[in-house]
Design a protein around this ligand. Sequence first.
Ligand SMILES: NC(=O)c1ccc[n+]([C@@H]2O[C@H](COP(=O)([O-])OP(=O)(O)OC[C@H]3O[C@@H](n4cnc5c(N)ncnc54)[C@H](OP(=O)(O)O)[C@@H]3O)[C@@H](O)[C@H]2O)c1
Length: 493
Amino acid sequence: MVTRCSSKVTGANKGIGLEIVRGLCRQFEGTVYLTARNEKLGQEAVQKLVSDGLNPSFHQLDITDEQSIQALKKHLLDKHGGLDVLVNNAGFAYKVGDTTPFGTQAEDSVGINFFGTLAVSKALLPIIRPHGRVVNVSSQAAQMALKKCSAELQARFRDRSIKEEELVELLHKFIETAKEGKHQENGFADWAYGMSKIGMSVLTFIQAREMEKDAREDILVNCVTGANKGIGLEIVRGLCKQFEGTVYLTGKNEKLGQEAVQKLKSEGLNPSFHQLDITDEQSIQALKKHLQDKHGGLDVLVNNAGFAYKMEDTTPFGTKAENCVGINFFGTLAVSKALLPIIRPHGRVVNVTSQRAKVALKKCSAELQARFGDRSIKEEELVKLLHKFIETAKAGMHQENGFGDSTAAYGMSKIGLIVLTFIQAREMEKDPREDILVNCVCPGWCKTDMTGYDLPTRTAAQGADTAIFLALIQPKESQGQFFYDRKPIAFYE
Ligand SMILES: NC(=O)c1ccc[n+]([C@@H]2O[C@H](COP(=O)([O-])OP(=O)(O)OC[C@H]3O[C@@H](n4cnc5c(N)ncnc54)[C@H](OP(=O)(O)O)[C@@H]3O)[C@@H](O)[C@H]2O)c1
């Protein structure tokens, strides 16, 4: 099932655009954006629709202004993680009898109708989600103008294998020759608007052809962090078997990650690889860009990557606190901040945490237990508390400050992750995207490089089971819960 989250109509403050918005507001399940280059006129049009009981949103957009296009793109990505329907309606025509020189008419008509739409498409088509729709409002003027072109030009415009570069070149040539009064000698119609709509119609055919080769279709995308070994690798293995879509195995070390992918491929599975160091913002942004460019978003994120010191490790406690919290909490937070906005409706987020958090929580002061246990705690406060833990641990003052004893660096980091899960789940409840579920899991004591292979009682595959279960849960099944063995358990009693 697909839920349309946002639909956008350009040049919609009046005329056909306004009516498209009106109709979509009635029929489209999701946010409809009315965009217009003039903010005041756009807002007035929105108010008109609001007074009719409809509920469009507004965003400024001048289709000939790259900065304006990019601002809209950023807004759509930040607020909705993408776009589902784009109606390129904005257009311009000189009145019949207008005495503006033909060269200027050609430049303006083609500049707005063709090059403007092209610029909007170049920016927004990459963020259209699977099942998206693009409608370019063209005109039969295109057909009429085409008949007035030379036979050679007609053949080129009609050629269904024409490339975008050639189309752009032809329309530039039309403008140039129109300015010199030589457009007809060069085979172009004596009609600026008609020529611009030829461009728009042919552009539609080109875009449609490109969409046929596009990776987006019905593909669902799943991304597991820290998956070159241990529980993460088992989560990827299980998801490759059960998840209908692309599964990304990510790892901070490219070589180890690729080796893990090859291992799974030799078993007949088909994960993809992308590098990801969860403590490196550049690496996170590169993954985000890849997911957006290739898939238009993400459907499941499993935050598995984690780090722990061995029991016998003698690293100073302050350093342990900094590294454990830095990777397990702040790393996961950074990944979430980047990727949650591009999670599509019906997405799932699973944070792999640990019951060591419960042990660490019990060692905290009553006041801190209450803060961490407060289901209305804000992310800023949580971040502040974990920074304070690191600072006081470095100064050897963590116990005085209520943070438990010096065995709790890892446990404190996982407290952070559990509480973060509760916060993210709460935010998802207010999110316009439908049915995104965020939960966390303790895999149990598993045989991995982190914990060793002698004492732990479970295999990594057994540890992966509940994370896989949570990655695939049904709508409304669970939001903001801490799971163990497929069942919610209490964090703060
Ligand atoms: N094993 C258990 O008993 C147990 C119990 C409770 C919770 N957990 C949690 O389960 C998760 C998986 O642990 P595991 O037992 O499978 O441990 P593991 O075998 O040591 O694997 C940890 C994974 O996290 C990756 N990682 C560490 N830092 C990273 C970073 N900055 N960026 C990206 N990836 C990073 C590691 O990559 P490299 O190989 O490149 O270092 C590795 O792939 C962790 O979150 C852990 O805290 C484990």
